[in-house]
Write a protein that binds this ligand. Structure first.
Ligand code: HEM
Length: 156
């Protein structure tokens, strides 16, 4: 059945959106580390808070939406197949790797929500975590991305 965009184009656009999303999730905690290490009210703090806000608005939010949109499009059109069957049958036929990947990407989405709320707190001068904490946190998305990519490509 013909879909609005072909499978390979949708997969390509999905991967491009995912690269931007993960890059943003890797960079943002590092900006928070600089904010945390900076003089409260100083020039560096203002510059890093502005950079963090721009990163959230220009990269993270659009790529998050596009990664989900193309991912769900791929799921609804090519992975889950014929929706005229009973929903139980459709869901039972979904490969296990996809449920594992969905848990990981829901985790990444929750992590993005946490980063957004911490960004608003830092802008109000609330520094709840250390510089070291943010440097460590910036590694987390990469570890999750490794697992998500292997699930999506190996389809175990
Ligand atoms: C945001 C929610 C996401 C959804 C709903 C989703 C869903 C999907 C679906 C349905 C496919 C097609 C699989 C197939 O053709 O058999 C796919 C492909 C892929 N996804 Fe995602 N995905 C999401 C996020 C991610 C993330 C965060 C990563 C990596 C960090 C990722 C990496 C990939 C890769 C590399 C492929 C291509 C696999 C291949 O063609 O071999 N996806 N995704």
């Amino acid at each position: 059945m013909e879909h609005i965009i072909g499978y390979d184009l949708a997969r390509g656009l999905h991967i491009i959106a995912v690269i931007a999303w993960i890059s943003g999730l890797l960079m943002l905690p590092r900006f928070y580390a600089y904010v945390t290490a900076s003089q409260p009210g100083g020039e560096l703090e203002a510059a890093m808070l502005k950079a963090a806000r721009n990163l959230r608005m220009i990269i993270l939010t659009p790529s998050f939406i596009l990664a989900w949109a193309f991912g769900l499009f791929l799921f609804a059109t090519y992975v889950s197949g014929d929706w005229s069957r009973p929903i139980g049958e459709v869901l039972a036929a979904v490969p296990h790797w996809f449920w594992g990947k969905l848990v990981l990407v829901l985790g990444l989405s929750g992590y993005q929500g946490f980063l957004s709320s911490e960004g608003r707190r830092l802008a109000k001068g609330e520094r709840r975590h250390t510089e070291r904490y943010w440097r460590l946190m910036s590694e987390v998305p990469f570890l999750v991305a490794i697992a998500a990519v292997l699930l999506a490509t190996l389809e175990p």
